[in-house]
Design a binder for this molecule. Structure first.
Ligand code: ARG
Length: 587
């Protein structure tokens, strides 16, 4: 255990037990960073209430019993009963050395749990829009972080590969020809394909030919034949989905996202179990017929006029919907995949849907209390006008075009920074900066807040951005390169040297790495890691200004500072790895 808060918490709880009795051993010592010292313990006020004593007297009693001799100076009582704690430099150095020697840099090895993460989930034959950028990037960061913490992560890409639009899409594919350039659009510009199908449908919908040979009528019939399992319809559908998958994977490759074909578990996966889902719910008395549809009315959900809100699981035409699929998926994830925790990284707009699905699944016994299910709500990406990001024509913005633009802009940044580097290297770095910049901007915003898509800000070398962090890493790496080139000896075995205010601040920051990653994994909140990494990079800059490395004559001091820099590098790189952002060797 290396993080100060944890050590202090343990010591204070021992003191509570000794001073006030064992029943107070689990009181929260409320250890917080302090303006006046390194930390403060704010427990006295709460304990005073519980024990009917004055806070300052409680603080004095705690002081009598707390054993911090090896960790901190004697705490100072301040104000109504705060205890200000200043850590001993030797202790900070010792803990920092421990973190440096630890392959996991102080990250706790959690008890492994099986976490199912449902993320990305774009829709077949539709452009992945910017909204899917967020569900993809946030989900992937969570998957990486949880794996690093030692959990078993099962990625589930719940793509939209079933439903009524497929009648129209299949008919359009047949009409243009499965080997036509239009069909190829499915791999390159699926939105164009979708829009063309949609236009044909809209043009004929409402004015059917007498013999039903118009496009809209055929599309409707096609949905029915597809759902009845007609072999030819299924073959064309499979082809359509296969072309779409190629498109998704082009995007995933571009984004350095860990999703592959094996993680695909689209809506259609559950087709043959949907009837059973409905039957089970009906037999259990949880679902009932209402206006011809089979519905669940989960407790606590009311609409207008306080009427119970229905979750429709079988429509009056016998069709199943989004909720039926999700209920079936939950059962599969718990019973077959063995989930202890399920995270749904999906837009905020679907909040009610998930609440009702979770409530129904709990009632049905498919989601036992021991399994956590959480909707990781994803906010919107906005344009500069504050509205949901769209192109001028009004359709949602093409994700690929946006990513290409980001890499292009990053190319400008690196061309200016490093004209000396060979072309191929600048291209690779531009990819890391451009994609990293877009992903990081997304991750550094709380996942349920909206943000404005602003490439210039995302790619800036200052502020809480990927390029700033990437630059900090490259700077540390260049210290090592220069040492080698100039034959300046750096002892790789040296322990980090913690000296001066800036060195102390940096070391304290590095001790927080483990607890921060753990918190991100627990709360599903990648933006906390971004905040942490940014503060760490800033602390490094301050340290490096105050304590130059290569210019230092004393070999031991030089090596000690280099060791602190090397630990900073490892923390930054591992943190960025959690986020799925690459750190180039040089910038
Ligand atoms: N395809 C859906 C959409 O684009 C998201 C699916 C999310 N996952 C789920 N299990 N419902 O909105």
């Amino acid at each position: 255990m290396t993080a100060p808060e944890m050590v202090l918490t343990e010591r204070f709880q021992a003191a509570f037990a000794a001073a006030f009795g064992a029943e107070h051993a689990d009181a929260d010592p409320i250890i917080r960073p302090s303006q006046f010292a390194d930390f403060q313990c704010n427990a006295a006020m709460g304990l005073a209430k519980r024990l009917g004593m004055k806070p300052r007297d409680i603080a004095a009693r705690i002081l009598e019993h707390v054993d911090l001799a090896d960790v901190a100076e004697t705490p100072q009582i301040a104000g109504p009963g705060f205890l200000n704690i200043t850590l001993l430099p030797e202790w900070i150095a010792q803990q920092t050395a421990q973190v440096a020697a630890d392959e996991r840099m102080g990250m706790p090895s959690a008890e492994p749990r099986t976490v199912v993460l449902d993320y990305s989930a774009p829709n077949v034959a539709k452009e992945m829009h910017v909204g899917h950028l967020r569900t993809t990037v946030v989900g992937d960061a969570l998957a990486r972080t949880l794996e690093l913490l030692g959990h078993r992560v099962i990625r589930q890409n719940h793509i939209g590969d079933w439903g009524t639009p497929f009648g129209m899409l299949i008919e359009h594919l047949l009409e243009v020809g499965e080997d036509s350039p239009e069909a190829d659009q499915l791999r390159t510009d699926p939105n164009a394909f979708y829009q063309a199908a949609r236009a044909k449908f809209d043009a004929t919908d409402g004015s059917p030919d007498a013999d039903g040979s118009d496009f809209a009528s055929r599309a409707r019939r096609r949905v029915a034949t597809l759902q009845s399992g007609d072999a030819e319809s299924l073959r064309i559908w499979t082809n359509l989905v296969a072309l779409s998958k190629q498109y998704f994977h082009r995007i995933y490759d571009m984004l350095d996202v860990t999703l592959t074909d094996e993680h695909l578990a689209g809506e259609s996966t559950y087709n043959d179990q949907l009837a059973r889902t409905c039957e089970d719910l009906e037999n259990a008395g949880i679902a009932r017929m209402s206006d011809g549809a089979l519905c669940v009315f989960p407790e606590g959900f009311t609409g207008r006029d306080e009427q119970p809100l229905p979750l429709i699981i079988r429509k009056s035409d016998g069709g199943y919907g989004y909720a039926t699929t999700d209920l079936t998926a939950i059962r599969h994830r718990v019973q077959d995949l063995g989930a202890d925790r399920i995270g749904y990284v999906v837009g905020t707009a679907q909040e009610l849907h998930f609440q009702m699905v979770f409530a129904t699944a709990r009632e049905a016994g498919w989601l036992p209390e021991s399994v956590q299910a959480e909707h990781v709500k994803i906010g919107s990406v906005l344009g500069e006008d504050g509205k949901i990001l769209r192109t001028r024509s009004g359709s949602s913005l093409r994700l690929m075009a946006l990513l290409e633009e980001a890499v292009g802009k990053a190319r400008g940044v690196i061309d200016e920074l490093r004209p000396d580097l060979p072309e191929s290297e600048r291209a690779a770095i531009a990819h890391d900066i451009g994609i990293g910049g877009v992903k990081y901007a997304d991750l550094s915003t709380a996942h349920d807040s909206d943000y404005v898509f602003d490439l210039d800000r995302m790619l800036a070398l200052t502020g809480n951005t990927a390029p700033y962090l990437q630059y900090a890493v490259a700077r540390i790496r260049s210290i090592r390169r220069r040492a080698e080139a100039q034959d300046i000896a750096l002892d790789p075995q040296a322990a980090p040297l913690v000296e001066g205010a800036a060195g102390r601040a940096l070391a304290l920051q590095l001790l927080q790495f483990g607890p921060t990653v753990q918190q991100v994994g627990e709360a599903f909140e990648p933006h906390r890691l971004c905040t942490y990494l940014f503060a760490t990079a800033q602390a490094f800059t301050a340290f490096y200004d105050a304590a130059p490395i290569l210019k230092e004559e004393d070999a031991a001091v030089r090596s000690g500072r280099a060791a602190l820099a090397a630990l900073t590098e490892r923390v930054l790189v591992t943190g960025l790895e959690c986020l799925g952002v690459n750190a180039p060797q040089q910038m």
